[in-house]
Design a protein around this ligand. Structure first.
Ligand code: PLP
Length: 440
C-alpha cells in the first residue's frame, strides 16, 4: 500500500492500515493495528484524519510542554534546515554552542557544560558512565518505582522493570523511595515517610558497600511511576547520604525538567543540588529528538585530562540545537514556566482535588505545575487499585469524549502542555468527572 502523507483525503482507517503494514511499534504486541492516528496539532489540541479534535492531557509522552506547532520553534528549525542540517559532534557549531549556553543559563550556578544525546535513556546511560569513570566504582543505586529509559543500563536502572529478565542487570541496586499513599514503611505522615525512606536507603548503601557505589540515580519527581512528589526533606536527605559516603547524585529531570513542575528543574522545589542532571523531553518539547547531561564543574573538570569515551553521531544535532534555543527563548519570553506554576496552583490542582472529594474512586491526587496523577482505587478503605479492565473502559470513555489522556496502571496522569489555559483545564477535568461518574 502507498499513501500520500501530505494528501488531504487521508482517512484514519487508511493511515492506520498503512502503519500496520510496515511499522513495528514500541511497547506493543504487533498483531493488532494501533487505535489512533493524528494528522495535525496546534497549542493544546490535536486532530485526526476524520476531523475529530482532542484536548491533549498527555503532552504525548509528557514532553510537549510548549504545545504543538509553536511558530517560533517551527521557524527556527526551518531556518537551521536551510543553513546546515548536520554536523559531526567533533566540530564546533554556533547553534550547538547557543543551545548549551541556553541550558547552562537556566541550570544552577556551577553547571557550565552540556553533553548532548539523542533522548532521555542515553542521557542516563552517559551520566552513569561519567559517574563510574569519575569514581572508579561500579554500582548505581536507584528506586524501584522509577523509569529511566529503555536502553542497556537505563532499563536496568529502571525499577519498574526489575521483574523482566535481563542479562545486563548487574551493578544496579534498588531501594524503595517515599510513597506515603502506599508506604512501605508503615508511615502515616510525610515526615515519617521521609525519615524511614532515608534510613532504608542508607542501610542499602551500607549493605552494598559504599566503596562499590558510583552514584545514586533518582528522578527528582518520579513520573511514569505515579508522579510521586517526594515528601519534605527526602531529596536533601539523599544528598546528605551521598555526601556522607562519597557518592555522586544524578537527578533524572527527563520528564520533570524544563518547566513541567512550574520550575525550570523539579529539584528546585526541594533545595537540593545534584552532581549531574539528565534532561530531554521539555528542553525542546520533543520537536526534534534530543537529550543530554548537564555536568557540574567538578565532574566536568575530572575529564580535563582524560578522554570521555561516550559519543553519538547525532550529539548536538543542529536541528535539535536550533529547536532548543527557540524553545527556551519562547519559554522565557512568554513566561511559560511561571504559567505552569500558576495554572497548577490556581486551577489544575484545585479542580483535581475537587474531583477527589466527590468521587470515591479517586484514592489520591498529587502533583505540581502541569504534572499530576489521579490514582484510582476500587475501595478507598483498602486502597486496592482499580483493575486493568476498568482502566481500559475509563481510557476509552475519555478518548470518546475527545480527551487524550496518559493512563498508566491505575492512574490517570494529568499532564497537559504547560501553555494550557483555565478554560481548557476546566473542560478536560469536566470530561474526567463525567467518565468517573459513569464508571461508578
Ligand atoms: N527518564 C525519565 C524520567 C523518563 O520519563 C523517560 C521517558 O519517559 C526517560 C528517562 C527516557 O527517555 P527517552 O524515552 O527519551 O529515552
Amino acid at each position: 500500500m502507498s499513501i500520500d502523507v501530505v494528501g488531504a483525503a487521508l482517512s484514519n482507517a487508511a493511515v492506520i492500515a498503512a502503519d500496520h503494514e510496515h511499522v513495528f511499534h514500541s511497547w506493543s504486541a504487533q498483531g493488532s493495528p494501533v487505535p489512533l492516528a493524528f494528522a495535525g496539532g496546534e497549542g493544546v489540541e490535536l486532530w485526526d484524519h476524520d476531523g475529530k479534535r482532542y484536548l491533549d492531557f498527555s503532552s504525548q509522552l509528557v514532553n510537549v510542554t510548549i504545545g504543538y506547532q509553536h511558530p517560533k520553534v517551527v521557524e527556527a528549525i526551518q531556518r537551521q534546515a536551510a543553513t546546515l542540517t548536520t554536523i559531526a559532534p567533533a566540530h564546533a557549531n554556533a547553534t550547538r554552542s547557543l543551545a548549551a549556553e541556553r541550558i547552562a543559563g537556566v541550570a544552577p550556578d556551577g553547571f557550565e557544560k552540556v553533553f548532548f544525546t539523542n533522548g532521555g535513556a542515553d542521557a542516563n546511560e552517559n551520566a552513569m558512565r561519567m559517574a563510574r569513570l569519575v569514581t572508579g566504582r561500579d554500582k548505581i543505586v536507584s528506586h524501584y518505582r522509577s523509569y529511566h529509559g529503555n536502553t542497556g543500563a537505563a532499563v536496568v536502572a529502571t525499577g519498574d522493570w526489575r521483574r523482566v529478565p535481563n542479562e545486563f542487570a548487574r551493578g544496579h541496586v534498588h531501594a524503595f523511595g517515599p510513597y506515603l499513599y502506599r508506604s512501605e514503611f508503615w508511615a502515616t505522615t510525610p515526615e515519617q515517610e521521609t525519615e524511614r525512606a532515608l534510613h532504608h536507603l542508607e542501610r542499602v548503601v551500607q549493605a552494598e558497600g559504599p566503596a562499590s557505589i558510583a552514584a545514586i540515580l533518582l528522578e527528582s519527581v518520579p513520573g511514569t511511576a505515579g508522579v510521586l512528589v517526594p515528601p519534605p526533606g527526602y531529596l536533601a536527605g539523599v544528598r546528605a547520604i551521598a555526601d556522607r559516603y562519597g557518592l555522586l547524585l544524578i537527578l533524572d529531570e527527563v520528564m520533570a525538567g524544563f518547566g513541567r513542575t512550574g520550575a525550570w528543574f523539579a529539584f528546585e522545589h526541594f533545595a537540593v543540588r545534584p552532581d549531574l542532571i539528565t534532561f530531554a523531553k521539555g528542553v525542546n518539547s520533543g520537536y526534534v529528538p534530543v537529550g543530554g547531561v548537564i555536568i557540574s564543574d567538578p565532574v566536568a573538570a575530572a575529564f580535563d585530562d582524560r578522554i570521555f569515551p561516550g559519543g553519538l553521531t547525532y550529539s548536538g544535532h543542529p536541528l535539535a540545537a536550533a529547536s532548543i534555543v527557540a524553545t527556551i527563548d519562547a519559554m522565557r519570553d512568554e513566561g511559560i514556566v511561571e504559567h505552569a506554576a500558576s495554572i497548577g496552583e490556581d486551577h489544575l490542582g484545585p479542580a483535581l482535588r475537587d474531583l477527589a472529594a466527590r468521587h470515591a474512586l479517586v484514592g489520591e491526587v498529587r502533583g505540581l505545575g502541569v504534572f499530576w496523577a489521579v490514582e484510582l482505587v476500587e475501595d478507598p478503605a483498602t486502597r486496592s487499585p482499580l483493575p486493568p479492565a476498568a482502566m481500559v473502559r475509563i481510557k476509552a470513555g475519555l478518548l470518546e469524549r475527545g480527551l487524550l489522556p496518559f493512563v498508566q496502571d491505575n492512574r490517570i496522569h494529568v499532564v497537559p502542555p504547560a501553555v494550557i489555559g483555565a478554560e481548557d483545564v476546566a473542560r478536560g477535568v469536566a470530561i474526567i468527572d463525567e467518565v468517573l461518574t459513569e464508571a461508578e
